[in-house]
Each structure stands twice: as C-alpha cells, then as structure tokens.
Design a protein around this ligand. Sequence first.
Ligand code: BGC
Length: 454
Amino acid sequence: MLSIKISLPLWKIGLRNGLGAWAWPLVLRNLLVVVLVGWAGANAQAEVPLESLQVLHWWNSTSEHSAIDVLAVSLAEENVAWQEQLIPSGSGVGAIIVLKSRVLAGDAPDVAQLNGPLIGEWADLGLLLDLDKVAESGKWDKLLLPKIATWIRPRGHVVVAPLGIHRVNTLFYNRKIFAQYGLQPPQTWDEFERVAAKLHQLGIPALAQSSEAWQVATLFETLVLAEGGPNYFRDLFVKKEPSAYSDPRFGRALKRLRNLKQWMTTPNQELTWNEVTRQFADGAAAMMVMGDWAKGEMNAWGMATDSSFGCVATPGTADYHLFDIDTLAMFATKNSHRSAQLKLAQVTMSPAVQASYNQIKGSIPVLRNPDLSKMDSCARLSWNVFSRGSSAQVPSFAHRMATDETSRDAIIGEVYRYFMDDQITIQDTQRRLVSVARILTKIGMENNAQDTHR
Ligand code: BGC
C-alpha cells in the first residue's frame, strides 16, 4: 500500500522559514501529493497509510486559520491530512448553503462545521456518522459539560464532535479611550446611552457596527435578551410563539435597535466581522458588540486582552450566556474514510487541543474541568457564567442555536429590513413577524420538528 510517515519536525521547519501558521495544512497536503507522485510506482517502504479528510467550514480570519492549525497538526500526528474546503462567510451564511447543495447532490464532504438544530435534522436523515463508540471509549460523558453532552446527542446518539463555546453577548470596549475620559463600561442600555452621548461630544463614535444581516441580528438578539430575559427570548426564537412578536418588549427592543444607529460608525455599510473588528481595534469606535471570536482575532493581531481592550457582558445580560457551540459533523457517506473521521472526532476532545484551540479561537473549552490557567479574563468570565448551568445558558438565535435555518432566515430578514429602512415602522415589523411566526409554527407542527428543549 502507498504510504508515508508524517513527522512533526516538518511543521517546525516550515514555521522557522516564515510561513504563516495557517498555511501549513495546505503546505503539508501539497507536500504529500508531491511525495506520493514521486513515489508512485516505486517500491516505497510502507510505514503508515495515508488518509485525508475534506473539511468544509467557514473560518477564514487570522485567528480562525491558526485555530484550524491546532486541529490539523494534531490530526497529522494521527497520519490524517486536513484538506481545506473553505467557504468564507461570517457566521457561515454561504457555507451552509454550499453544504446543503453538496449534500443534496450526493457529494457531501467528509466533515463539516455544522452547528445547532440542523445537526438533529440531518442525523434523522441518516446523513451523519454515529460517534457513540468514540464518545464511549473517550469517556466524553464524564469529561463534557452537561449542556454539551446533551447538545451533541440530539436523538440519543452522539453525532458531532464538540470544539468550543463562544459567548455572543460580549461588549468590547477600548481601554485607552475609557481610561482617558474616566468612563466605565455600561451595564445597562440607559448607561450605554449616557456613555455614547459623552463620547459623541468628544467626537468618538460609540459603536463599531456593520449592516451585514447576521451582524445586525447578533446585536438585536442581545437587546431582546436584555429586554425580556431568557424565557421571553425562548418564546420568540425557540418556540416562535406568534404572540411574543406583538409583545411590547419586542417593540422596545426594535426601538432600541433603531436608536443605536445614531451612535454607529457604519450602520449602512456591509463590512465583514473582521473588518468591523479592525475598526474597533484601530480606535475608530469605542465599543463593539460581537461574539468572542473577535477577541481571538485581536489577540492574533498582537493586541492582548485587558491591555488594549476589555470585555464585559452586553448591557443588561451579565447573568446570561448567549451561547454558540462550534461542532464538527462527519458525513456517513464514504466508508473508506471512517477511521480517519473517528480519529478527527477523538482529536477534538484531547485536553491539549481543547486548551490551545479555544485559546486561539476566543472560545472556551467544552470540558468540565478545563485548564483555567490558560484562560484570560474574558474567557474566565464566559466560563464562570456558562458553568452556572441551564438558568444562565441561552441559545443564540443569530448563530443557529435556537431554531432551524428557515425560521432564522425569515426572522432575520424582517429585522434586517427594519434596521436598513427607517420608513418601516415598529408596528409593521411586529405585525409581519406575527404572521411569519404563525406560518413557521404551523410548518413546525406539521413536520413534528418543534424541538423546544433548547
Ligand atoms: C461561529 C464562529 C465564527 C463566527 C464568525 C460563528 O457563527 O460559531 O466559529 O468564528 O461565526 O464567522
């Protein structure tokens, strides 16, 4: 059998030669191809069988590439090459569309970044590889936080490998600006308004923000959580109760969203999340609401947490963790790739991988007893709140944790239209969303797909 031994020093040589760490999975793959071509036909000494896995994902920023490196290097140690199938798109908007069409065309990748209820839906269709045995032999049940142990087992079987937990309700603030003008990070939205007005007098925009629909939705869901708390949040986004959309709390969150536009840098400009993070990092705005992947990115740019910037919960949400769990699903389509897929699942749960990957990515490990010494203040805050359990944990709507893809897109569509067009009234938006929710819950009931344990 044609084979090759992949040795770690190879990576180290490459890094010394100045290649970006993110480039290495590709370099290694290409190198292997060259070696294999050279060896084809020759009577090579077989040491270890070569396998590779196509992994479809949407991670394209500096920190995201480095986090993937951690996985790819550990996978290479298991003699499996990570083959990139990158569909760059913040929050996976484009990647999920590509993934769906590939699955429908019978051309599923070996592995995909797949988050939220879609996991259960695809497991029901028999598309995902059962990881029960890996989980059992690795004692995942004992190692995982209870929420994650349930999350990865939507219908009683483990069907995804967990990577990390992001906190979406994160408010970043520029420590230099805040210290210079004696400001405190706001704990309520009323305090935010006061800080924003003061910053405005000083000629500093308060909030870095893009008009990408998912980024508007990310900000909006934190407003809803502050306004109505977790139960109301679930009524809206998990149960999609039509009456919740006509509730005055929803109207107040919409009003707040529109009012915030006056404090934003670029409310009508579609910037990627890393471009917005760059604006904030450059001091073009004093604050930013973004999941803590932005922390990973700023760290990758050389900005240390707590020296350049700090993070707190978004106003009014300190007791809650609006979570976004990243997971990898293995498609059960190619038998020949099974052992490599199982190796990747194992790799994701190695304590060393969990610590390094999450430190770079900005998220926290999925483990019950992670290495707290590896966490900065943002991660520790996130960890403290998430580990309080279900009373603190709220599934992010914008990041696919709360509901199915169709409902998410339909609701975000209405909120986005309202945000972009100041002529659209709060009442109209509420009316339209009541109708949308009626249709969605009807579809959900007919398909028996209402799954409200989240
Ligand atoms: C994902 C993160 C990713 C972020 C930006 C979120 O939905 O869970 O892993 O870094 O989107 O694309």
